[in-house]
Structure formats: C-alpha cells, structure tokens
Design a protein around this ligand. Sequence first.
Ligand code: TRP
Ligand code: ZN
Ligand code: CA
Length: 445
Amino acid sequence: MRPNRFTLRRSPAAIAAVVLAALLATAAPTAQAAGATTPVAAAAAAPDIPLANVKAHLSQFSTIAANNGGNRAHGRPGYKASVDYVKAKLDAAGYTTTVQQFTSNGATGYNLIADWPGGDPNEVLMAGAHLDSVSSGAGINDNASGSAAVLETALAVSRAGYQPDKHLRFAWWGAEELGLVGSRFYVNNLPSAERSKLSGYLNFDMIGSPNAGYFVYDDDPVIEKTFKDYFAGLGVPTEIETEGDGRSDHAPFKSAGVPVGGLFTGAGYTKSAAQAQKWGGTAGQAFDRCYHSSCDNLGNINDTALDRNSDAAAHAIWTLSADSTGEPPADDVYSNPTRVAIPDAGSAVTSSIAVTGRTGNAPAALQVGVDIKHTWRGDLVIDLLAPDGTAYRLKNPSSGDSADNVVATYTVNASDKAANGEWKLRVQDVARYDTGYIDGWKLTF
Ligand code: TRP
Ligand code: ZN
Ligand code: CA
C-alpha cells in the first residue's frame, strides 16, 4: 500500500460503481453530474522502437564484456556490470527497480525487476529477457538482443508517458545459461496471490540471429496471435518455435500456470531451403553459427531481425496491457473520513487529502465524492482546491434549497494539474441558523 496520510484503497471498478450508484441516489449536485461509466480510451498504438537505440545498448553490453574478461556470465563481474547498466537507465526513466539476489553454483546471481508505476495491480503484464551470457563470449545475440529490446521498450513506455490499464513489469534474468535459474527463483519466490495476478509473461531470448528465422512461441493463443498479427502486418511470414520449448525463461512461468509467449530468431538449428526462400539468408547454415561461442559479438546481429522483433515486442506489450476484462481498471481512491465542523455563517473550513506515489497529472474526470451533513444545504458553497491552489467550484449557495445534506459525486477536469500533492475540500456556510459538518470526502483517480 502506498504511504498516505489517510486511507488509500484500491477498489475494483464494480465496487466503485455500486458506491457511485448509492451516492447518486441521494445526490443533487449542481456541478456536472457524475458519469455512470468511466470512458475507456482505445489502446494507443505502440511507438516504433528505434533500432539505433537498441544497437547502442548492444554496444554497451559489448564494452562491458570487453572490460570484464570477455563475457557477462553468471558469477563474473561482467554480469553485475550489465545489471548496473540496465538499472541506471530504468531508474532515470522513473521505474521502481528491485535487484533480487540468489545463489547458484556458489556464486551470487541477480534478477533485475522494474515496475512501471500505475495500472491495475491485479492485472500484471510481464516481459523479460535473460541478461547473462555464457562464459565463452559477450553474448550479444544470446541474449543482449532480447535484453536491449526489453530495455528500449521499457524506456519507450516512459518516453510516451504510457499509462496502460494493466500494471507493467519488466525483468532481466540472471543465470539462464545455468538452467533458467534466475527466472525459476523469481517464480518460486512469488507468493501465489502475486502469481495469480500475472496476466502474461513475454520472453525475448535471441532475437537478432545473423541468419534469422521468425519464430513465435506456440503457447498462449492470445499472445501468439498478437505477435503473428504484427508480423503479418509487415508481410513477414512466421513459424512456430520448435528449437526446444522450455529452453528459456518463459518455462518456469508456464509451469506455474501463467500465460506465456515470445519471439526467437533461431540458435543452433539449420535454416532449410524453404526457410531461406521466405526469409532470405543462407540455407544449410545455422540460424546463429556463433551460438554460445566467442564470436557472438557485435557482428553477430541481423539488424533487420533485431529491428522487427523489437518493434513486435513493443507492439505486444502495448496491445496486451490494454484491459482484457472489458472493465475499467481498478480505481485508486484516496479519502479523508475525519469530521470537520462547518461554522454557521462563518469562515471556510478545509479537509485535506495527501496524494503521493502517482505519476503524471490528475484525470480529466477526477471524481470528488462529498459527504456533508447539514440541515439546510442551500447555505453551503463548496470548492475543490488543487495542490497548486486552483479552486474548482463544486456547488454554489442557493438560499431556497432547504434540503438536508450534500452527498454527491462531482466530476472535475483536473488533467492540467499534477496528481501528487495536497488536495483540499473547502466548505463555507454563508447563511445563518442551519449548521453541519464535513462527514468525509474522497478523490477517485
Ligand atoms: N538461451 C537459450 C539456450 O541457451 C536459447 C534457446 C534455444 C531458445 N532454444 C530456444 C530460446 C527456444 C527460446 C526458445 O538454450
Ligand atoms: Zn543461451
Ligand atoms: Ca447556516
């Protein structure tokens, strides 16, 4: 739960709707009426992932290997240097990063997990790549390629200020080359309640093979179709991945019942004549002749394959992070239930809600739930104050309105205000005799 001076409750939209309906039953708001439904924007299209950016990460991984004995293997300094490189980029982009330690083969291993703030915490889409190489080389196709594509997609999410319905989590796994050790450790240590929130895991391991094929994992049908549709749109034929299902980090997720999928351009298998016909390249030669060898260096990359697969990764992450249930995402509700007396024909009083831990601005349809008990509500003038002091009039006084109470939900377009900060409800009683108090209020982002 986020730190907050008052209660922060994440409630399912269904519950919010019931509460809203209950409020509306007794409400007589004079501002815009609360909408019964939350408008759900169509999923935004993924941006193009710049190949130059992906390749710049490959160069950095190559340099890291060169400076650390020629590899980025588990238990070697080049691995930890790779983690530090990726983590620094993510931290600067606004991610919440976690380094998870484990032990394998007598050496400390590291998984790097990066959460993008926001989204429905009950629907988490993950994408990952193994960050370790074998000890014989720098591991540029295997698997700086997948690591760089996932990193650049995560950075694109930040650049776009993308706020998907689902929560996004990116991962870089340690010790894949020792037998999927890091990803298995992560899955085994994830509480089952957290595991059941994973709506999918997308894996990117070897996506720039020099003699590339275009392989899509034959796993979850929705994920598989998302990738296939992307390549179909490019006019690039795909095949089902057959070079060993279970040979990469999606396997532990799949075993735990998480829907998985991924992309692959081939390792030690040989490209057939038919495959060379449809994809180009060299028949009778391995997809990656440098697989697990010292020549898996910067020259061991097919730029076109790396570019297409990076764009496909971003496309899938954008598309699959749109809500699949058709319901709006869970709302974040911040409330202050403290009673505040409103002096009769007196000065204005306020009640505050401190909002923290959000990214970006408040929504265009910020919901302000007001619960004021009063014996003549016509006496009351009510404003919402944004953190910068801007006042939004929610209700004007109207001397003839003798009804009790203001129990209403108002909608305010606060999309030009930062979400974080201290929001206030300001209430003034402007006419004598009848009195009341703020019985609580809430903000739904
Ligand atoms: N990193 C994997 C490995 O070393 C490469 C690999 C082989 C792979 N077959 C695969 C990755 C199938 C994904 C799917 O074994
Ligand atoms: Zn490998
Ligand atoms: Ca009064």
